[in-house]
Design a protein around this ligand. Structure first.
Ligand SMILES: [Zn+2]
Length: 305
């Protein structure tokens, strides 16, 4: 097919905007090399719409995009770090500091109508009461403990005052105070002795130990096992990008949970306030997980040539 001027003129606008294939470009260039009319047409076109110098802008755009992504990941990392830090500090400030037993901290009053009232000292800003059917009976055996926190001591003090133990009129066989601080001044994994403060002793040996919940230690152990298994699986599936990625994500999640646990509980996962601690750990796990993902992306962005 002979390439005529009208054909070239049809293509020229596209050629001028650098939107033609290499073959077409060659065709046009061959033609205008020998056709002054078409060359003039092209010059006029370019004069009317001056174009930026003909360079391939794709690499530049890619770089811009990478920089933008980089910035996004850096900001994400910083935001998540702040969020995690805020939760850790809040959890630290509000962590229960168990109060050892004294009759100024806790007293029990039984009223004429059978209501049993626990009256706490001013320093008590939180308490926990557990009960079960008394072995000797009749009625329930109650186990209480009381605490304050750095927050309530130094920032905002809201004393508990008093609380009714038997709200539904149950009979109270005994009330124990479980003194978590009584041994070595810190939470210990083998429980502390409960002190009878009201009623008739329900335990033949005279002492009963309220045990800390070990559930958080089990969770941490499961997370650790998950980290190891996922690392092994990711290695085994190193040639299957998708599978490997999935295992690495689970690994990161378990790792984030472990890190969050360390931030909230330190190395001692035994807890007398397991639900509270577990929620705090979950609240830290989420930002730490996103933080780890952002960090990995940051490193990847840096390494990419
Ligand atoms: Zn021509």
């Amino acid at each position: 097919m002979k390439v005529t001027c009208p054909v070239i003129r049809d293509i020229l606008p596209l050629y001028a905007e650098n939107m033609v294939s290499d073959d077409t470009r060659r065709l046009v260039e061959e033609h205008i090399a020998s056709c002054k009319d078409c060359l003039k047409e092209l010059d006029e076109m370019e004069a009317a719409h001056p174009l930026p110098p003909d360079i391939d802008t794709a690499p530049l755009k890619k770089m811009k995009m990478a920089l933008r992504k980089n910035k996004f990941h850096a900001v994400l990392f910083a935001v998540m770090f702040t969020l995690a830090a805020v939760v850790v500090v809040a959890a630290f400030l509000t962590a229960p500091r168990y109060i050892s037993y004294s009759d100024s901290a806790v007293t029990v009053q039984e009223k004429d109508d059978g209501t049993v009232l626990v009256v706490f000292g001013d320093e008590v800003t939180g308490f926990y009461a557990d009960h079960y059917s008394a072995p000797i009976g009749p009625g329930n055996s109650y186990h209480i403990t009381a605490w304050d926190s750095l927050w309530s001591r130094y920032i905002c003090k809201k004393p508990v005052g008093s609380a009714v133990l038997n709200k539904d009129g149950e009979s109270v066989a005994a009330v124990y105070y479980y003194d978590i601080t009584s041994r070595a001044g810190k939470i210990i994994a083998d429980g502390a002795f409960d002190i009878l403060i009201h009623g008739q002793n329900q335990i033949a040996s005279g002492g009963v130990a309220t045990l800390p919940r070990l559930v958080l230690s089990y969770y941490a152990f499961i997370a650790l096992i998950l980290v190891i298994l996922c690392a092994a699986a990711a290695y085994l599936f190193r040639r299957h990008a998708k599978t490997r990625k999935a295992f690495l994500k689970v690994l990161l999640l378990a790792l984030a949970y472990l890190l969050a646990g360390l931030c909230i509980k330190g190395l001692n996962f035994a807890s007398y306030s397991a639900v509270r601690d577990f929620l705090a750990i979950l609240l830290v796990t989420v930002p730490v997980y996103i933080m780890l993902l952002a960090a990995i992306n940051l490193v990847r962005d840096y390494r990419r040539p």
